[in-house]
Design a protein around this ligand. Sequence first.
Ligand code: TYM
Length: 333
Amino acid sequence: MSKKRILSGVQPTGNLHIGNYLGAIRNWVEMQPQYDNFFCVVDLHAITVPHNPEVLAKDTYTIASLYLACGIDLQYSTIFVQSHVSSHSELAWLLNCTTPLNWLERMIQFKEKAIKQGENVSVGLLDYPILMAADILLYDADQVPVGEDQKQHLELTRDIAIRFNDKFASEENPVFKIPEPLIKKEGARVMSLSDGTKKMSKSDPSELSRISLLDSPEMIKKKIKKCKTDPVMGLSFDPQRPECNNLLTLYSIFSNQTKEKVALECADMGWGKFKPLLTEATIEGLTPIQEKYEEIMREKGYLDTVLKEGKEKAEMVANATLKRVKSALGFLV
Ligand code: TYM
């Protein structure tokens, strides 16, 4: 029996932070032996907000290399760049024309990002979830491992696929496979270090709000030292204490201990004792990734070969799906 398929991606907008790692990539690594995996660097999504052309290619390399550094294994997984496979843009257009506009206007991320940008909102920002649906549906993905903030986009992807199948295909012979979101409980929503009620995000103007995967030990130490805490004595996984809850969760993940064990260990601790423990566990968790990253970046040409092979493998699958879609829509194929 052939393996089920996974597809997921990250935008090359700056460095990855521990939210991206714990919410998404760490789970990809863990699951990859059981699946047939496609992981893309979604560079077309990165230009839905104003971007700097001088750093897009560099950021794309960084993310692809971090995929490998985090443990994505080419024996199980294909790594490629979204813009290298033109079917993504083409399917996005076809889905644009078969999806109601008001489905997009309800998207929470669009509303949040549009408010932040004021006047300068691009059509692409509204269309973002359609391109994301195209990414997923092109690969007949069974599962899509993401952080919690992507849940609504995945529900939309399912709705788009179901509606398309209903309108343009028969029940026995659907065009699209309906994908399932895969959102793990632990780490699905890592919160900002400056405000435990806000998600850790690449677009937060304060660098102190997030820990990047490539932050030096000194930087990690500084960020944890400065992070927001609360004045309550003793530490606990209390949802009423968002900062405490978030920092204990990070500690439990990076130190590979259960929440129960961490709750016991930290019950009588103050922040002065806890912060060095969290710092040490975080540095220990990120050091092997950083070492591998440096190694990959030193090997000139290696990443280009990985991405070229990835493009070829991705194209084979994506082009076949695109052909099926065009045929269902009545195009001369
Ligand atoms: P991006 O780059 O914003 O996020 C990449 C992944 O990181 C997760 N994530 C988080 N998880 C936990 N806590 C956080 N604070 C946190 N911040 C981000 C996101 O949920 C995501 O899994 N739209 C996607 C990119 C995309 C995609 C796709 C994903 C484009 N096409 C197809 C899956 C399938 C995104 O959010 O990227």
